[in-house]
Write a protein that binds this ligand. Sequence first.
Ligand code: ATP
Length: 196
Amino acid sequence: MRIKRLRLTGFKSFVDPADLRIEPGLTGVVGPNGCGKSNLLEALRWTMGENSARSMRGAGMEDVIFAGTATRPPRDFAEVSLLAEIDAPDGAQEHEIVRRIERGAGSAYRLDGRDVRAKDVQLLFADAATGAHSPALVSQNRIGAVIAAKPGERRAMLEEAAGIAGLHVRRKDAEARLRATEANLARLDELMADQG
Ligand code: ATP
């Protein structure tokens, strides 16, 4: 997967629309302390479906919305758009993923202009061997967390890197559907026995 562009509006310190083009090769983000470098990485993870406010350094998810400063009023929404080239069996495809959060209304996602669920976006990135929790996105203090990870957590990281994390989600869904079908069949048997 290759990230080609990141657009932020009202996300954390990025109150005004910011458009960042990411060229092939190594990209470095430099700037003074507190200028928003970590916020950029968080914007990436957030758009990929991060659902833990704590890991976005907030108490609630709405804390990602620009909270205002002495000179500027707070915003009502935050939106981040990510343009990514994602490898698929029939060649790399470009996708635009947009996540938007409004105060009091929660998050909504769009994939190539269509409304989708958080899970659809999470699966798209999991299949591309990356995602909000991917070890490829290393924020400050994450190195220590990787070293201190328990065997189960380390296994999850390896599975994510191998691009099979999405399979677990699909397996859980399939198992839930199977259980529901089995319950329906059992109920049908009871009804048929009653009739007979
Ligand atoms: P460092 O080099 O010290 O790690 P950094 O460049 O990574 O800094 P960030 O941590 O990304 O900086 O940005 C912190 C800034 O973002 C702080 O000034 C903080 O006030 C601002 N900020 C975070 N959330 C919001 C918000 N919801 N609204 C407005 N500003 C915010």
